[in-house]
Design a protein around this ligand. Structure first.
Ligand code: DGJ
Length: 730
């Protein structure tokens, strides 16, 4: 059993295979304290870590220093306004405008398995795969109850957390902050790891020392965003792939978030993670309950690589639900970078015919097929096919594509409305906008008010009726602008602070309905590239478009940051044309293929126009995808060298779970004069197994490859790459 309750000490110990997380109830006032999180320990009772005996902080025996107690005590779920000046996890606004809140222990329940979170994406597991603890707490002054929920995935070394808050007061209480998790620890000279970025430059790994004060990653853009990411880790200074301590916190949510580390006066750190309190104000009437999204936590004292593999395993086995999670995805060709808005049936069929010859399996028609959309200025919301471009509509186009032997996929941007659209002419009040203020346009468009159920139903029917009209097997669900002008024409004044979160809940509801009605649909999320690449979306779609930057060299950095916490099976990656449309770089077609191979793999180019020498390489790339994709999707990922750190070359590998084979991807970015060869050690192999380097007569034991390594001769030219397949011998 992963969860043990020690009745004598009133403490809870949550064990995974290699970690322990301990909570203790302190003092007669039943404060809920955080005793320990880290490498697995044997004792159950760690309440001495709460240090309540240290004068002058004993709370009930020394009322004089109660404020000092609150400011030092390691709190499991810190309240607000009573003396703890560190960032709290929860804040309220009562009818008398007071904001203070403090939860104390009332009871608990431990059970096998894990409950779903209503309306929210969350990890799942059967009774044999995880156990859960519910800690019941209350603020009896407010009549507010909280349930702190913990689930333990022993094998993956993961603990998840969520909270629900219920108002038992006859008066409404406004929640102005409800974080999902808070963890208090002693600082061990940690550094903070986060993923920052921009459009076409998402998820770049950043390290910074944890200094006194507050440092955070955050979004208040209404989505998880290109710029910051709902993930932070605290790592020891000596962290490496296979060495050092790291605590990771990852938020299963697709909207505004705050992920913060605070180092305080007593050299303690507090990590908090949850919905960003900016613009958040949720009214709870009597007996109403608010449930926050989940935080995933993992700890490793064997380096970043273990953290990465724990998260990959958790997401592959306990978050992604699509039937495609265990399937090879069809190799697609998307027409966006091939044609942009300038296409018609004939052009798409030309692409499909040529693609078929090369072994490509699906055509995806991107933006521009509906309304009067020939550029980005019109028609979002009018999800009716443009018969001028596509005579005979979708039924004709799709059946022709199917006749060629390809599946068919389509692009939508369901959450948006163009001011130049029939929908806007009829329902301008459906756009998020502030009365009396001209709504801020971005890419010429406005955002639909998804807090309004009528709008949600319209959007759902618009998308579903298109899918019902033809044999459409894939949807790319895009979102090309962030939220501004927050005001809903639907919500009452005292619920306007609910709009950000209700918007995200509605996106989840729409995708839930869609995947229920079309269970075999392959859904790929996207947001102007990778602005909504987060665990929340993975619950609905097994893959997410990683970035609008398809340049193989930029992708090295983007995919390294993404793969730090997400499985390769989820990373949308395509081979595109050169010079690259985002950076103008020219790279060999082979390298573009090798870099895309470790994602979902596909093409994003006009296959009828690319040089014959490039097109001729596609069948071999397609064959490589079929050969390696089971390994890439299911294997253990190892980062071997990082181009963003060494500025010279990149190297990563995937080792089969049973260690029977491994694939190494090596990219030499800029060539160096007078350089001969490089030694690469391949981690994760079976030490006693012999592996053949495919295509050579070299055979080595796993321990030789792991320690002495392989020699890779210098590759001639810039942006060169190499795949190395190690095949275990029986
Ligand atoms: C942004 C996406 O990331 C692109 O791939 C493409 O679908 C465009 N939107 C279309 O508007």
């Amino acid at each position: 059993m992963g969860i043990v309750f020690n009745e004598d000490s009133l403490s809870f110990k949550l064990d995974t295979d290699n970690t322990s997380y301990v909570i203790g109830i302190a003092d007669e006032e039943k404060f809920i304290g955080h005793c320990y999180y880290g490498a697995r320990v044997s004792d159950d009772d760690l309440t001495y870590m709460l240090r309540t005996a240290e004068a002058p902080f004993v709370p009930s025996k020394n009322a004089r220093e109660r404020g000092s107690f609150f400011d030092l005590f390691p709190v499991e779920y810190p309240g607000n306004g009573l003396g703890d000046y560190r960032e709290g996890a929860v804040e309220v606004r009562c009818p008398n405008q007071s904001r203070a809140v403090n939860f104390t222990y009332k009871g608990h329940n431990i059970y096998a398995g894990k409950k779903a979170l209503p309306g929210l994406p969350a990890t799942f597991g059967s009774e044999n795969e995880c156990q859960s603890l519910e800690l019941y707490a209350e603020d009896s002054v407010l009549g507010l109850e909280a349930t702190l929920v913990y689930s333990v995935f022993e094998k993956e070394d993961v603990i998840t957390r969520s909270v629900s808050v219920t108002n038992r007061n006859s008066e409404p209480i406004h929640l102005t902050k409800v974080m999902s998790a808070s963890v208090d620890m002693d600082d061990e000279d940690y550094q903070m790891i986060s993923l920052h970025g921009s459009w076409a430059r998402e998820r770049q790994i950043e390290y910074r020392p944890v200094a006194y004060g507050r440092q955070n990653a955050a979004s208040f853009k209404g989505e998880s965003s290109h710029q910051e990411h709902p993930f932070i880790a605290l790592a020891s200074k000596d962290i490496a792939q296979d060495y050092g301590k790291v605590y990771a916190f990852h938020f299963v949510y697709s909207g505004n978030f705050l992920a913060q580390v605070e180092k305080g006066q007593f050299d303690t750190v507090r990590v908090i993670m949850g919905i960003h309190p900016y613009g958040f104000d949720w009214k709870l009437d009597k007996d109403e309950c608010f449930t926050v999204p989940e935080v995933v936590m993992t700890f490793s004292d064997t380096g970043l690589g273990t953290m990465t593999r724990n998260l990959h395993d958790l997401y592959r086995n306990h978050l992604i639900r699509s039937p495609y999670k265990d399937r090879k995805r069809p190799i697609l060709i998307n027409n966006w970078e091939a044609t942009y808005f300038d296409f018609n049936t004939e052009k798409l069929l030309d692409i499909a015919r040529e693609a078929k010859k090369c072994g490509i399996e699906m055509l995806v028609m991107d933006d521009g097929w509906f309304g009067h959309r020939n550029d980005d200025s019109t028609s979002l919301g009018d999800w009716k096919v443009n018969e001028e471009k596509l005579p005979g509509g979708l039924p004709y186009l799709v059946s022709e594509v199917n006749k060629i032997g390809l599946k068919f996929g389509i692009w939508f941007e369901p959450e948006m409305i163009s001011p130049e659209s029939d929908l806007y002419r009829e329902h301008s009040d459906w756009a998020i906008s502030i009365p009396g203020r001209e709504a801020t346009r971005s890419r010429n468009q406005l955002v639909l008010d998804l807090s309004n159920p009528e709008v949600v139903d319209y959007v759902y029917e618009a998308v579903a009726s298109v899918l019902r009209s033809a044999n459409i097997e894939y949807v790319k669900w895009d979102m090309n602008r962030q939220l501004t002008d927050l005001h809903s024409n639907y919500l009452p004044d005292d619920r306007q602070g609910e709009l950000y979160h209700r918007y995200v809940l509605a996106v989840y509801e729409l995708q839930e309905r869609l995947t229920k009605e079309f269970p075999e649909l392959l859904l790929e999320n996207c947001s102007g590239g990778g602005a909504r690449f987060d665990p929340g979306m993975l619950y609905y779609s097994p893959q997410i478009w990683c970035s609008d930057d398809t340049d193989a060299i930029e992708r090295l950095k983007i995919q390294e940051g993404t793969a730090l916490i997400y499985p390769l099976s989820a990373m949308g990656a395509h081979v595109s044309d050169c010079p690259n449309h985002t950076v103008g770089r020219v790279t060999p077609f082979e390298t573009r293929g090798n870099v895309a191979l470790c994602g979902t793999f596909g093409y994003e180019l006009d296959i009828t126009k690319i040089p014959e020498s490039d097109r001729a390489q596609i069948p071999a790339q397609v064959a490589a995808y079929h050969k390696y994709n089971d390994l890439v999707r299911n294997g253990d990922y190892y980062r071997i060298a990082s181009y963003s750190e060494n500025k010279i070359y990149d190297c990563y590998g995937v080792v089969a779970k049973d260690k029977s084979e491994a694939l190494i991807i090596y990219v030499s970015v800029l060539n160096r004069p007078n350089f001969h060869s490089r030694r690469i050690c391949v981690p994760g192999l079976d030490a006693k197994k012999r592996y053949r380097v495919e295509g050579t007569d070299q055979v080595f034991y796993g321990d030789t490859l792991m320690n002495a390594g392989l020699i890779i001769l210098n590759l001639w030219g810039d942006f060169q790459s190499k795949l190395i397949h190690l095949v275990g011998e029986d």
